[in-house]
Design a protein around this ligand. Structure first.
Ligand SMILES: *Cc1c(COP(=O)(O)O)cnc(C)c1O
Length: 356
């Protein structure tokens, strides 16, 4: 039999979460964000599951877009960082991709290209994230040049939020104001909202939403709000491969980080940091054993981790869930001082993705 570590992917949950995004922002269309192999869930399978409903998809680079085109996805696909070098322009043109434009360099590459047919573009405005995008005062001139360009079909005006996951913080409102000031007088659809914008900032919904993390059933909100409307799509699971009984005073694993205070039954699970389970998950990180909560003890190693069996009559082969709908990836992330985004995207190729 094979090593029991698997990530079970529920495509129906992803469809549910997509519909939830649309239900929250019913006047909008949506780019379902499937970059980074659909946050570890398998980009081709996720895109195929959403192709009939999603207005478009969002990816980080041409390679990710072409993988979808080659698997038969004909929906709009936007390159969220645009192209990286001018020679990608032709590839993007041939594949009919939408381009984000965020630098003067990208603008020149587009204006100088000779494309078989015009492309749709998203003109990105830096409203305070200060990562990508044109300075607000430059936006009208860039917009005018794009409008006059035969290579350009539809223009969407976009921005990205830095702190939309913090419900009480007015930075998002300032970004909204800057955006609307920057685009005053320009007639074009707008796109602002990532998952946090969709969930917590209805005034940001605009014309095109860009749900990412929420599609996979995790709330990006720092207070965990909105989790109840989402269905976790990934269950990371494995099984016990050894059961031990240790005496008081004995230590478990590398560094002896956990010391047994009394006689302790310990289970060894086939799941380690080389599978993508976070090495920084501390003693006490929740896991599900035979459907009941228990927790990690000792350091996570490359291929294994150790859990407290408590009073359970657990045996070799018993099922363990590292995260899913009962132990949320968000909870595990908190115990590892990280975010669910890194857990999902960190699943390695040693872990088979199994679809249901
Ligand atoms: C990744 C990304 C998103 C999705 O963000 P989530 O927080 O996962 O919803 C939206 N917009 C852009 C530009 C992105 O790069």
């Amino acid at each position: 039999m094979a090593r029991p570590a698997q990530a079970l992917i529920d495509l129906e949950a992803i469809r549910h979460n997509y519909r939830e995004a649309r239900r929250l922002a019913p006047q909008t269309r949506a780019f379902a964000i499937v970059k980074a192999n659909a946050y570890g869930h398998g980009a081709v399978r996720v895109a195929q599951a959403l192709a009939a409903e999603a207005d478009g998809f969002g990816v980080a680079c041409i390679e990710e877009a072409l993988e979808l085109r080659e698997s038969g996805i004909s929906n709009r696909i936007v390159l969220l960082e645009g192209i990286f070098t001018p020679d990608e322009m032709e590839l993007a043109g041939n594949a009919g991709l939408d381009l984000v434009l965020h630098t003067p360099e990208q603008l020149e590459w587009l204006l100088q290209a000779r494309l078989a047919r015009p492309l749709d573009v998203m003109l990105k405005v830096d409203t305070g994230m200060h990562r990508l995008g044109f300075t607000p005062s430059d936006v009208p001139a860039v917009f005018t040049r794009l409008r006059a360009c035969a290579q350009v079909d539809n223009i969407t005006l976009m921005t990205h939020f830095a702190r939309a996951d913090e419900a009480g913080v007015d930075v998002t409102l300032q970004q909204l104001t800057r955006f609307h000031t920057a685009i005053r007088g320009l007639t074009a659809p707008v796109s602002l909202a990532n998952s946090a914008g969709i969930l917590a900032w209805p005034q940001s919904h605009g014309d095109w939403i860009r749900p990412g993390l929420m599609l996979y059933g995790a709330s990006p909100m720092d207070d965990g709000s909105a989790q109840a409307r989402l269905k976790p799509a990934m269950t990371l699971r494995s099984a016990l491969i050894a059961v031990r009984e240790l005496h008081a005073g004995e230590h478990v694993g590398y560094g002896g980080r956990f010391r047994c205070e009394t006689t302790t039954r310990v289970g060894v699970v086939a799941m380690g940091y080389a599978d993508g389970y976070p090495r920084h998950a501390g003693n006490g990180t929740p896991v599900l054993l035979n459907g009941q909560r228990t927790h990690l003890i000792g350091r996570v190693s490359m291929d294994m981790l150790t859990i407290d069996l408590g009073r359970q009559e657990a045996r070799v082969g018993d099922p363990v869930e590292l995260w899913g709908s009962q132990v949320l990836a968000t909870e595990v992330a908190q115990h590892a001082t990280t975010i669910p985004y890194t857990l999902f995207t960190g699943i390695t190729r040693r872990v088979p993705l199994v679809y249901r």
